[in-house]
Design a protein around this ligand. Sequence first.
Ligand code: PRP
Length: 180
Amino acid sequence: MHSDVESILFTEEQIAEAIKTIGKRITDDHTGKSPVIIGILKGSFVFMSDLVRSIELDCELDFMVAKSYGNAAVSSGTVNVLKDIDTDIAGKDVIIVEDILDTARTLAAVKEILSARKPASIQICTLLDKVTTKKVSVVRADYKCFDVGDEFVVGYGLDYAERYRNLRYIGILKREIYEH
Ligand code: PRP
């Protein structure tokens, strides 16, 4: 375990098991369809990579860069789309993939932008859903792997100041790392 991590919340094995389950559900729910799966970077890149390999459908993949945090441990309150998708999603079934749904600000903004392009449907798949009173939108996940509390979680794509994304597990960051 990394020395900056206080404890492991979800092991590599638990994550793999949860993704297998979600992948099967998405596959079953989309039989005969060819969804466009859109990962919101950077946080979703590890999850996206494992998730799409557990989905047995003919699908297209794309990525969008949306940022809401900066390098602080609290949300900045703004969402910037720094890179858009290239895929034409009109009339298609879209699944947005996120690493974490916190206030839901990012997903609400992304969903609004993508909805304007008239897809047949939009669903949301998140690795983690933060159980918090700070949700600013009614946007919720259609598929999720785990609920998490208000701890600062890192690993498996999630960062603090761009670090820890490459940890194979999801862990709780020691308070002293982000409170100084
Ligand atoms: C994180 C995360 C989500 C968002 C969730 O992104 O990846 O996109 O915050 O928070 P919200 O529900 O309160 O909007 P971040 O802006 O940190 O960028 P990153 O994906 O590059 O880490």
